[in-house]
Design a protein around this ligand. Structure first.
Ligand code: GLV
Length: 326
């Protein structure tokens, strides 16, 4: 019988990361990548002291009550809205995420989605693929200016700051942001960004990018009322989380041209996508891939693994989200 601690890797992951985990643990892994039901997850966690999760596994009080041996959940994501953190802390479970390693890659993608949205890349590509391109015309797929325009960022954490730097330093954009609190003066200066109210941001930005974490208070940060405040020429980019935007209201605003266009990487109830978003032309839709480069995904998986090894073998997680008392 193995004397190593037992862990579960709940989704498919890089084989080299699994091999590294196997040096320390008795690993049950899900390389077939079949999504576990809540019941199956609870059953597979019997006897496990750690679990490697992604955003798709919900960890809450009901599950934890069934898993008395569990001590740590290591999420391979910076977002952790799949974790009920107070319930985990109360149950004495350490929670970890993967900050920093994905910041620049995710900021790249946020900026790419902004550009694709403003310059109507998906819409025009569909047109071309459909064989509809018969001649050049002066206003064909004319989009919104990016350089020199006003970039509004809601949620100015590490990724928001990365997008601000790209906009200000690379594209000469005026950057405004709203956040729970203003950044310190040095960080603001490095991002060339000005703190404004959410209302001012929505009313004045040419491009609004959402990068705030999901929480109950952040649910539908952008709904019909907020979309109505935006300029009719404005674009909206969501790389934060599904549920930050009211997707039905967004589809209606795109159809009615309340705003010009949107770029959306995260969806309410994903992988389902609101059917109305699939039928409006002025939206770029991507399947939650903002951090998806192989080096970055490997760094995320490595950090999640290091959190399991750090805590279970050496007594200290690298990037803990909580500090349970027991
Ligand atoms: C991806 O969405 C993440 O939170 O890392």
């Amino acid at each position: 019988m193995s004397t190593k601690p037992a862990i579960l890797v709940a989704r498919a992951v890089f084989p080299e990361v699994l091999q590294r985990l196997a040096q320390h643990f008795d690993v049950e892994s899900n390389q077939d990548d079949v999504l576990y039901t809540a019941e199956e997850l609870a059953q597979r966690l019997q006897g496990k002291v750690g679990v490697f999760t992604t955003g798709s596994e919900r960890i809450g009080a009901a599950l934890l009550a069934q898993c008395p041996d569990l001590r740590i959940c290591a999420n391979m994501a910076v977002g952790y809205n799949n974790f009920d953190l107070p319930a985990m802390t109360a149950a004495g479970i350490v929670a970890t995420n993967t900050p920093d390693v994905l910041t620049e890659t995710t900021a790249d993608f946020g900026f790419a989605l902004l550009m694709a949205t403003a310059r109507r890349m998906a819409e025009s590509e569909h047109f071309l693929r459909a064989g509809l391109w018969t001649r050049w015309s002066y206003d064909m797929f004319a989009g919104a200016e990016v350089h020199g325009s006003t970039l509004g960022i809601i949620g100015m954490g590490r990724i928001g700051q990365g997008i601000a730097r790209r906009g200000a330093l690379g594209f000469g954009m005026k950057v405004i942001y709203s956040n729970r609190k203003p950044l310190d003066a040095a960080t603001e200066a490095a991002c060339q960004a000005r703190f404004v109210s959410k209302t001012e941001l929505l009313q004045t930005a040419d491009h609004v990018v959402l990068v705030l974490p999901y929480s109950a208070e952040a649910h539908h940060t952008i709904g019909a009322a907020e979309l109505a405040m935006m300029k009719p020429t404005a674009t909206l980019v969501n790389i934060a989380r599904g549920g930050i935007v009211d997707d039905a209201a967004l589809a209606a605003a795109l159809r009615n041209r309340t705003i010009a266009a949107a770029g959306i990487d995260v969806f309410e109830g994903e992988p389902s996508v609101h059917p109305d978003l699939l039928t409006v032309p002025n939206v770029v839709l991507t399947p939650h891939i903002a951090s998806a480069t192989i080096p970055t995904r490997l760094a995320m998986a490595d950090l999640a693994a290091d959190n399991l090894i750090g805590f279970l073998i050496h007594g200290k997680a690298l990037t803990p989200l909580n500090a349970p008392a027991h």
